[in-house]
Ligand binder design. Structure first.
Ligand SMILES: Cc1cc2nc3c(=O)[nH]c(=O)nc-3n(C[C@H](O)[C@H](O)[C@H](O)COP(=O)(O)OP(=O)(O)OC[C@H]3O[C@@H](n4cnc5c(N)ncnc54)[C@H](O)[C@@H]3O)c2cc1C
Length: 389
C-alpha cells in the first residue's frame, strides 16, 4: 500500500527508514509502468518478460541483502518490501528474482570459494548471469533427503548424474546450483554453467500457474564439475539455508499479491451495484470478506516484519520462517479466492488480475515447502513429535 495509504492502519511504514520506503516506491513505479500493463498478456501467452533481467538489475533487486559485489546490502525487511512490490504485479516475476537472489546468489556468497564469488556475484547482480536452482526431483519433492542425483569424485573433478524438475529460470539460466549426493550419501551443492556438456534442460509445458515465469526439468548425464565449483557446505543445511531466505521473501511477497487482489476488489465492489442500486461494497457479506482480507494482510505484514528483525539479529528459529511462509501464503491464497468470488463472473477473466494471482498463489503455496510441510515443522516444534513419517 502506498506510503500515504489509508490502509496502513498499524502504521507499518513508520517502522521503516525513509530510504527503504523510497526504494519500495521506486520499485512500485517501475513495475507499474514497465510490467503491470502487459502482465496478463504475458501470463496468457506463457511468456516471461525478458526485459525484467535488465530492469530488475538496474533497480538492484537481485540479492539485495548481499554486502558488496554491486548489491544493495540492505536489511531483511527492506528486501521483503521489494519482494512484496514485485509480487503485487506477479508471483512469477517475484519467483524470478527470488531464485536469482536467495537460491543462487546467496549460496554462492555464503558457501562459494572466492574465485567463484568473484566470477559470478557481480555479474549476477548486473543480470549478466542468471541462475536456476535444482533441488526437487521427479520422485522427491517435500523430502529432498531422498534425492537420487549423484556426485562422484574422480581426482579434482566431480561427475554428476540424475534428474531434477521444476527449475524456475531453467531455460533462461547461465548457471545452475545443483544439489546431489556424494558417495557417502552426503548432500553437496555445485555451481554449474548451464551449457556444460550433459546438462539437458527442457521446458515444462501446459502449466496453469506462474505462466509468466520459466519452469524446466534437467537431466544430468555425466556432467563434469571442477572441485572449485563445489560449495563449501555438506548436508541438507546447505539447501535449507537458501530456502530459509527465500521463504522469508515469499512471506512478504505473497502479501503483495493479496494487496493487489484486495485493492482491485475494493474498487470493483464500490463501483458495481446489485440489489436496490446499492454498491456491492455496501452489503454486509462483502464487507465481512474485505475486512477478513484486510486483517490477514496487516497481521501477515507484522509477522513478517518481526521475522525480518530476528533474521537481521541472526537469532531466527527456522520454525519462525515456516510460520511466516505458511501463514502469509495460505492467507493470501484465501484472499485471492475471496476476491475472485467478489468479482463474480468477471473474476474468471484476464480482464482483471485476481484470477491470475489466484492461480499463481497455488504454486507459491506448494513450492519452498508446501503449506502442510510447514505445518508439520511447526507441529513438531510445539509437540516434540515427528509426524512426517
Ligand atoms: C511453478 C513451480 C516452480 C518451482 N520452482 C522450483 C525451483 O526453482 N527449484 C526446485 O528445486 N523446486 C521448485 N519447485 C518444486 C517445489 O519446491 C515442489 O513442488 C515442492 O517441494 C513439493 O514437492 P512435490 O511437488 O513433489 O509434492 P509432494 O512432496 O509429492 O507432496 C504432495 C502432497 O503431499 C503432501 N505431503 C508430503 N509429505 C507429507 C507428509 N509427510 N505428511 C503429510 N502430507 C505430506 C504435501 O504437503 C502435498 O500436499 C517448483 C514448483 C512449481 C510448481
Amino acid at each position: 500500500m502506498a506510503a500515504s495509504s489509508p490502509f496502513d492502519l498499524m502504521q507499518l511504514d513508520s517502522l521503516f527508514p525513509k530510504e527503504s520506503l523510497q526504494l519500495r516506491d521506486q520499485t512500485r513505479e517501475m513495475i507499474n509502468k514497465d510490467f503491470l500493463p502487459q502482465i496478463n498478456e504475458n501470463f496468457e501467452n506463457e511468456v516471461f518478460p525478458t526485459k525484467a533481467v535488465k530492469s530488475f538489475a538496474e533497480a538492484k533487486l537481485f540479492g539485495p541483502t548481499i554486502q558488496g559485489y554491486g548489491c544493495l546490502g540492505t536489511d531483511h525487511n527492506t528486501y521483503g518490501l521489494l519482494m512484496q512490490e514485485i509480487e503485487r504485479c506477479d508471483s512469477g516475476l517475484r519467483s524470478f528474482a527470488s531464485v536469482q537472489g536467495a537460491l543462487c546468489m546467496y549460496p554462492i556468497y555464503k558457501f562459494g570459494k572466492k574465485p567463484i564469488k568473484d566470477k559470478y556475484l557481480e555479474a549476477m547482480a548486473k543480470g549478466d548471469v542468471i541462475g536456476c536452482f535444482g533441488l526437487t526431483e521427479p520422485e522427491h519433492g517435500s523430502n529432498p533427503s531422498g534425492m537420487t542425483t549423484t556426485a562422484t569424485k574422480r581426482g579434482d573433478t566431480w561427475i554428476l548424474n540424475g534428474h531434477k524438475r521444476w527449475l524456475t529460470n531453467g531455460l533462461i539460466s547461465d548457471l545452475a546450483v545443483i544439489w546431489a549426493k556424494n558417495d557417502d550419501g552426503k548432500v553437496n551443492g555445485f555451481v554449474i554453467p548451464s551449457k556444460t556438456r550433459g546438462m539437458n534442460l527442457k521446458a515444462i509445458p501446459h502449466r496453469w500457474s506462474l505462466r509468466a515465469s520459466v519452469s524446466a526439468e534437467l537431466e544430468l548425464v555425466d556432467v563434469e564439475v571442477d572441485e572449485s565449483h563445489r560449495l563449501d557446505i555438506e548436508g541438507l543445511k546447505g539447501p535449507f539455508s537458501c530456502l530459509n531466505l527465500a521463504r522469508f521473501g515469499i512471506g512478504w511477497g505473497a502479501l503483495g499479491a493479496a494487496q493487489a487482489c484486495f485493492e482491485e476488489t475494493l474498487c470493483y465492489t464500490k463501483q458495481r451495484s446489485q440489489f436496490a442500486n446499492k454498491p456491492l461494497a455496501g452489503h454486509q457479506l462483502i464487507q465481512a470478506k474485505l475486512v477478513e482480507i484486510f486483517t490477514d494482510i496487516t497481521t501477515g505484514q507484522l509477522l513478517s516484519f518481526r521475522t525480518g528483525q530476528l533474521l537481521d539479529a541472526g537469532d531466527l528459529a527456522a520454525q519462525a520462517v515456516s510460520m511466516a511462509k505458511m501463514n502469509n501464503v495460505s492467507k493470501s491464497l484465501k484472499a485471492a479466492r475471496l476476491c475472485r468470488d467478489m468479482l463474480g463472473a468477471n473474476g474468471v477473466t484476464l480482464q482483471y488480475h485476481v484470477g491470475r494471482h489466484l492461480m499463481n498463489l497455488e504454486t507459491v503455496n506448494t513450492y519452498e515447502g508446501t503449506e502442510d510441510i510447514h505445518r508439520l515443522i511447526l507441529g513438531q516444534f510445539i509437540t516434540g513429535e515427528n509426524a512426517f513419517l
